[in-house]
Design a protein around this ligand. Sequence first.
Ligand code: NAG
Ligand code: NAG
Ligand code: NAG
Ligand code: NAG
Ligand code: NAG
Ligand code: NAG
Ligand code: NAG
Ligand code: NAG
Ligand code: NAG
Ligand code: NAG
Ligand code: NAG
Ligand code: NAG
Length: 856
Amino acid sequence: MSGLYLLLLSILLLCCTGSASSIFSSNILVACHPRHVQALTQFKNEFDTRGCNHSDYSNGVWCDNSTVAVTKLKLTACLSGPLKSNSSLFQFHELRYLGLSQNSFTLSSVPSEFGNLNKLEILDLSFNGFLGQVPSSFCNLSLLSQLDLSYNHLSGPLNPNSSLFGLHHISYLNLAFNNFSSSIPSEIGNLNKLQVLSLSSNGFIGQLPPTFSNLTGLTGLYLDQNKLSGSFPLVLNLTNLSALELSHNQFTGTIPSSLLTMPFITSISLFDNHLTGSIEVPNSSSSSRLERLLLGNNYFEGKILEPISKFTTLMYLDISFLNTSYPIDLSLFSSLKSLVALEISGNNISPASLRASSGIPLSMVSLILSGCGISEFPHILKTLKKLAYIDLYENRIKGKIPEWLWSLPRLSTVNLISNYINGFGGSAEALANSTSMLILNLDTNYFEGALPDLPLSISVFSAGYNSFTGEIPLSICNRSSLVTLALNYNNFTGQIPQCLSKLMFLNLRKNNLEGSLPDIFYTDSSLTTLDVGYNRLTGKLPKSLLNCSSLRFLSIDNNRIKDTFPFWLKALPNLKVLTLSSNKFYGSISLLDQGPLGFPELRILEISGNKFTGSLPPNYFENWKASSLTMNQDEALYMIYTRNAYGSITYTYRNVIDLRYKGLHLEQANVLTSYSAIDFSGNLLQGQIPESIGLLKALIAINFSNNAFTGHIPLSLTNLTVLESLDLSNNNLSGTIPNGLRGISFLEYINVSHNQLRGEIPQGTQITGQPKSSFEGNAGLCGLPLDESCFGTSAPPIQQQKQEDGEEEEAVLNWKAVVIGYGPGVLFGLAIAQLIASYKPEWLVKIIGPNKRRNR
Ligand SMILES: *[C@@H]1O[C@H](CO)[C@@H](O)[C@H](O)[C@H]1NC(C)=O
Ligand SMILES: *[C@@H]1O[C@H](CO)[C@@H](O)[C@H](O)[C@H]1NC(C)=O
Ligand SMILES: *[C@@H]1O[C@H](CO)[C@@H](O)[C@H](O)[C@H]1NC(C)=O
Ligand SMILES: *[C@@H]1O[C@H](CO)[C@@H](O)[C@H](O)[C@H]1NC(C)=O
Ligand SMILES: *[C@@H]1O[C@H](CO)[C@@H](O)[C@H](O)[C@H]1NC(C)=O
Ligand SMILES: *[C@@H]1O[C@H](CO)[C@@H](O)[C@H](O)[C@H]1NC(C)=O
Ligand SMILES: *[C@@H]1O[C@H](CO)[C@@H](O)[C@H](O)[C@H]1NC(C)=O
Ligand SMILES: *[C@@H]1O[C@H](CO)[C@@H](O)[C@H](O)[C@H]1NC(C)=O
Ligand SMILES: *[C@@H]1O[C@H](CO)[C@@H](O)[C@H](O)[C@H]1NC(C)=O
Ligand SMILES: *[C@@H]1O[C@H](CO)[C@@H](O)[C@H](O)[C@H]1NC(C)=O
Ligand SMILES: *[C@@H]1O[C@H](CO)[C@@H](O)[C@H](O)[C@H]1NC(C)=O
Ligand SMILES: *[C@@H]1O[C@H](CO)[C@@H](O)[C@H](O)[C@H]1NC(C)=O
C-alpha cells in the first residue's frame, strides 16, 4: 500500500476520475496536476525504490486543493541512490513540507537546488548519507520553521556567514550526529524564534556565545556530546527551557540551584562534565517540575544529595561516581515518590539502607548499583514490586540469590556479573516460575551444582565463568524465546541438547561436554556465533551448519572431532573466524584443483595441532578478506559497556577473541578493530609456504611452526607491515632469512629455529633483540643474536649443542602454549532500552541522547 509505485498508480487514477480519495488510513490525497504526476514518476525513477514496500504508512503526496500543485511530500526509508542536483524533486516549487528522512542518498552532498524550494516550511533530511557542508542556498528558505539535518555526515566549521543563520523563522533546528567542528558563532543569537536546538554529538568546541541569552524562546536545548566548555550561569535567562542536555562536555563551575528551579524545566543532564561544588538547598523546590536529573561523572564536593531529595517530582536520577567520602544512605530518596530510575553506580552505599524498609520509593522500575561495594543481596528490592531492571554488576555480593527475587512480578533484566554469588536460595523451581524474566546474566560468580530450569520467558541467559556441573537441562528445549545462551567456562557434562537450533548465539566453551555436535540447524538459522571449544566432542562437523548463513564465528578447537577439512563451510558468506585447532582433523587443507582456499570473509583461521597433510598451492591465500586492513567498526570483535542518556547501562557483548601468539599483546587483540591471524602449527604440512601469504596485509600473527615445510621463507612476508608475531620454527626451510623482515616495525616475536637456514640474520633491532633460541638449530645462520659471526666462528661447538637441547624443549612448550580463549557472549540491551523508552515523556523521545562508551 505504501509503495511509491502503488502510490503513483493511485495518483494517476485520481487524476482520471478527478475525485479525492483516501488511500492511506489517515491522509487525504487530492488530485494533483498531471505535470506534477509526471515529475513524481521521474523522481521515482531516479532511485532504487525497493525499500518503499516496507516503509512507513505515513508516506505520501499531498496537493493543494485549488492550485493542484504538490505541497507536501513525505518518503521515509524508501529511496536509495544519489540525490542529484538535476533531480525532478527540485521542480516542486510549491512544496511546503518535505520529509525525506532515512533514505540512502549514498555519499552525495546536499544539492544547493534545495534553495529553489523557497516555500518550504518543514524540511527533514535526517538519517541520510549526506556529506559536506550546508549549502549557502539555504538562506533562500526564508519561510523555514523546522529543519532536521541530524544523523548525516555533514562537516566543516559552522561559519558566522552560514546560511543557517539567515533562517529567521526557524523554530526547530536539529544538527545532531554530524561532524561539525568549530565554536558556536555568536550569530546563533539571530535565530530568536528557536524553540528546539540540537547540536548533540558533533565536534563543537569552546564556550557558548553570550548571544545565546537572546534565544529566550528555547524550550529544548541539546548540546551533549561535544567539547563545549564554560561555566554556569550559562543559560539561566532562557526561562522557557524545559529540557537541557549538556552531558559529555567540559563544562565547569557549580550548579546554581536556580537552574533546578527554572519555571518549566523538567529534564537536566549534566552527566560527565567537570562540575564542582555543592548545590544550595532551594527554597522554591516545591514548585519544581523536574523529572529527570543526571549529575553523574562530575567532581562535586559537599552537599548535593540533600538538595536533590527536595525535588519530589523526580522520575530519573543519576548520581553515579560522585566520589563522596561517606556512604550514600538510600533513605535520602524516600521523598522522591515518583522515582522510576535511579543510578548510583560507583558510590559506596550504606549497607543498612540496603537491608530493609529504607523507604526507597516503591515506584522504582530501574535500579543501577554497579560497583557500589555491596556485600549482601539488597533486601530492599523485595519491596519494589514494579522493579523491572536491576544491575548489581561488580559488587562483592556473597551467598545465594534469594528466592523472592524471582517472584517480583515485573522483573525482566537482572545483571549480577562479577560478584561472589554461589547459588539459588530456596526451591529450584522459583526461577522457572518467573513469568517476566527476559535477560539474566550471572557471569563470573561462584555458582555450583546443577543449572535450574530457566523461566519460559527467558531470552538471554548467560552464566559463564562459574562452576556449574551436571547436564545442560533439557528443559531449555522449550524455552522458545531464547536467543542467547552462554554457559562457557563451567563444568557441564553430558551431551549438547539436540534442540538449540533457534539460537543466535551459543557459547559452551570450556566444559566437559561429550558426544557429537548436534546436526540440527535448519534453513534460515540465525546463528551468528557457535563456540564449543575445549570440550570432549567427537564425531564430525554437522553438515547442517551450512544452513547458518549468518554464522560469523565458529570455534570447535580443543575437542576430539575426527573429520576432514570443512571446505564446504566456504559457502557461509559471513564466516570470519574459524578455529579447528587441537582436534583429530586429517587430510589436505587445499582442494584438488589447487586453487585459493576462497572463504569469502575469513580473517582468523586456526587449525593447529591436527593431522593435516599435503602442500599448499602458491595462490592459496589469494582473495581473502584479510588482505584488507580496514574492518567495519560494527564488526569488530569486542565488548562494550554503554550508558545511555536516560541513566541506564547497556551491556553489549560481542565475540571476544584472545589471540595467544607469542609477542602479541592480549589487550591489543581484544580492542583491535582490524586484524587477522593464521595458525597452521603442529600439523604434517609440507611443500613451500605460499608466496600469496604476503597478500594478507592485515595479518598480525602467523604460526607455521612444527610442520614439514620446505623451500625458502617467502619474500612476500616483508609486505606484512602490521605483523607482530612470526613463528616458522621446526620445519625444513632452507635458504636465507629475507632481509626485508628488518623493516617490519611491529614485529615483536620471530622464531625460525630448527630449520635448514643459512646466511646472515637480518640485522635490525626487532630481530637482533630476539633470544638466541629463535635462530638456533639451523644449518648455518650467523650474526646477532647468535654468537656466530658471519666473518668466522667463535663459540666452541660442544657447548653450542648443549644449549640447543635445552632451547628445543622450550620451543616445543611454546607451540603447545598457543591456545585461544573467548570471552562471554552477546547480551542484548534492547529490552532495557524499550523498557526505559516506555517511561519516557514525549519530549525525550524526540532526540535520543548519545551513549557513553567505556571499554572494560
Ligand atoms: C513491492 O512488493 C510487491 C509484492 O509484494 C512486488 O510485486 C513489487 O515489485 C514490489 N515493489 C517494489 C518497488 O519492489
Ligand atoms: C481540500 O478538499 C478536501 C476534500 O474535498 C477537504 O476535505 C479539505 O478540507 C480541503 N482542504 C482545503 C485546505 O481546502
Ligand atoms: C541528471 O544528470 C545526469 C548526469 O549527471 C544524467 O545522467 C541524468 O539523466 C540527469 N537526470 C535528469 C532527471 O535530468
Ligand atoms: C532563491 O530562490 C529564487 C526563486 O525564488 C531562485 O531564483 C534563486 O536561484 C534561489 N537562490 C538560490 C541561491 O538558490
Ligand atoms: C564564509 O566565511 C568564511 C570565513 O569565515 C569564508 O572562507 C567563506 O568563503 C565564506 N562563505 C561565504 C559563502 O561567504
Ligand atoms: C570529522 O572531522 C574530523 C576533523 O574535523 C575528521 O578527522 C574526521 O575524520 C571526521 N569524521 C567523519 C566521520 O567524517
Ligand atoms: C536578539 O534578538 C533581537 C530580536 O529579538 C534581534 O534584534 C537581535 O539582533 C538579536 N541579538 C543578537 C546578538 O543576535
Ligand atoms: C540575559 O542575561 C544577561 C545577563 O546574564 C543579560 O545581559 C541579558 O540582557 C539577558 N537577556 C535577556 C534577553 O533577558
Ligand atoms: C515562553 O512560553 C510562554 C508560554 O508558553 C509564551 O507565552 C512565551 O512567549 C514564551 N517566551 C518566549 C520568549 O518565547
Ligand atoms: C511454581 O509454580 C507452581 C505452579 O504454579 C507452584 O505449584 C509452585 O509452588 C511454584 N514454586 C515456587 C517455588 O514458587
Ligand atoms: C569438573 O568436574 C570433574 C569431574 O566431575 C572434576 O574432576 C573437575 O575438577 C571439575 N573441574 C572444575 C574446573 O570444576
Ligand atoms: C609487495 O606488495 C606490492 C604491492 O602491494 C607488490 O608489488 C610486491 O611485489 C610485493 N612484494 C613481494 C615481495 O611480494
